[in-house]
Design a protein around this ligand. Structure first.
Ligand code: PLP
Length: 429
């Protein structure tokens, strides 16, 4: 309560801005996740790896726009060049088939091992279109998903917040237990027996659910169970494609039928894509009688196509990707060391890190459901408020996604701040 009260006192302009915003935005909000009581900080601007709020505070951004902001708030030179060249020589939305869409598509196919790919504007859309493809391809309706899974604003199956009311649950069957292969197999077999299993949609690491890595045996088991049932295995790589040069699916040898992509692959612009096996993607081939429609005004918009291509080809090369995620692993190890013997623990993989505060600090977190059941939100909140005071921006739920340009010195400062925080609050941690 003291930390929250200091927060309110220290941010009068953000508070006033929030009061203004609620008269045109419900709750002053247009991205649910960014609502942080008592009011959100209004971010005035970002530069490189830093954010600046309305009251003039400066934060080292360790949340990286929930993984979409991989390239920092300042476009790296190759992305800036691609953008300015496209603006000067190509023009904005052209309303026609373009060179840039083919170029970005062939790059994504090669990098992520896809036969075919199509673009959308968000990861949410990419998942909705992938699910529609699975349904059309199999002629079945139901898709198995996991509690704690997040596949978009209208495709969220919370393990911790109240269930989102905007998903038609009849179409989705939720398994209570990410990383629980037996349970998943049971549910898939039951739905298959009813003759209605179209696919399984899963993250290789539950991101929004708490940054919980999927175990290889679990994910491979899902793939086998899907194959056996003639269902489409959809791997949601919207958040995880950054973790390895060909995405987590290739790294783990998961051989998904369909993959969904998003976030940083638009080079900082709104982006989504879905792709995979040719015969499944063929349901969208407009040369075919009765093909599914997939028309989005901005699917091939100039900025995302050019920025995304430059970002992947010239900035986030396979070598950079490997080195960057190794840095993330080292950071997680150092944080774990700092948290040893306290109520704070860390999960994740590579450049994605989850911070958890639990009663005994050593419980294994295997699913978003575990996170929901075991987490001490009061301690998480205290950490969040005090990290803000120290100038570090992480997501309140305890989520971190490294930015490529963050330096070792900046990371050192954060590790030091965490250690000092735990020391300061030894009594309660
Ligand atoms: N899938 C996963 C795994 C995500 O993490 C997200 C976004 O956080 C989405 C899908 C939705 O992407 P978007 O926010 O672009 O709709």
């Amino acid at each position: 309560a003291a930390a929250e009260s200091r927060f309110a006192t220290n941010n009068p302009l953000s508070r006033a801005q929030h009061e203004l915003a609620i008269s045109s935005l419900p709750g002053g909000n247009t991205r649910t996740l960014l609502h942080t009581p008592p009011f959100p900080l209004t971010i005035a601007r970002g530069e490189e790896t830093y954010l600046y709020d309305l009251d003039g505070h400066k934060y080292l951004d360790l949340a990286g726009d929930l993984s979409a902001g991989l390239f920092s708030h300042t476009p790296p030179p190759p992305v800036l060049t691609a953008l300015t060249t496209a603006l000067a020589t190509v023009g904005l939305s052209l309303g026609g088939t373009t060179l840039a869409e083919q170029r970005h598509a062939s790059l994504l196919c090669a990098r992520f091992g896809l036969d075919r790919v199509r673009f959308a504007n968000t990861g949410t859309e990419a998942n909705l279109y992938a699910v529609a493809a699975a349904r059309r391809f199999t002629g079945k309706r139901k898709v198995v998903v996991f509690a704690g899974g997040y596949h978009g604003g209208v495709l969220s199956f919370p393990g911790r917040e109240a269930a989102a009311g905007n998903v038609d649950r009849g179409e989705y069957v939720v398994v209570e237990g990410y990383n629980d292969l037996e349970k998943a197999r049971e549910v898939m077999a039951r739905v298959a027996e009813e003759g209605d299993l179209a696919g399984v949609l899963v993250e290789g690491l539950q991101g929004a659910g708490g940054v919980i890595p999927g175990r290889e045996g679990f994910l491979k088991g899902l793939r086998s169970a899907a194959r056996k049932a003639g269902a489409v295995f959809i791997l949601d790589e919207v958040m995880t494609s950054r973790l390895a040069p060909g995405g987590l699916g290739q790294e783990m040898g998961l051989e998904p039928d369909l993959v969904t992509l998003g976030k940083y692959l638009g080079g900082g612009f709104a982006f989504g894509a879905f792709g995979g096996r040719e015969e499944v993607m063929a349901v969208y081939d407009p040369r075919r009688e009765g093909a599914l429609g997939h028309s989005g005004t901005f699917n091939n918009n100039t900025m995302a196509m050019h920025a995304g291509r430059a970002a992947l080809e010239e900035v986030y090369t396979p070598e950079v990707c490997v080195e960057f995620n190794a840095r993330g692993d080292r950071l997680r190890e150092r944080l774990a060391q700092a948290g040893k013997g306290t109520r704070m623990s860390f999960t994740g993989r590579g450049s994605l890190i989850g911070v958890h505060c639990t009663e005994d600090g050593t419980e294994e977190m295997l699913s978003g459901g575990d996170v929901a059941g075991k987490e001490r939100r009061d301690l998480n909140d205290l950490f969040w408020f005090e990290m803000l005071e120290d100038g570090f921006w992480i997501a309140r739920r305890g989520y971190m996604a490294l930015i490529l340009q963050t330096t070792d010195g900046e990371v050192d400062r954060f590790v030091d701040a965490v250690a000092k925080f735990l020391d300061r609050h030894r009594g309660i941690f």
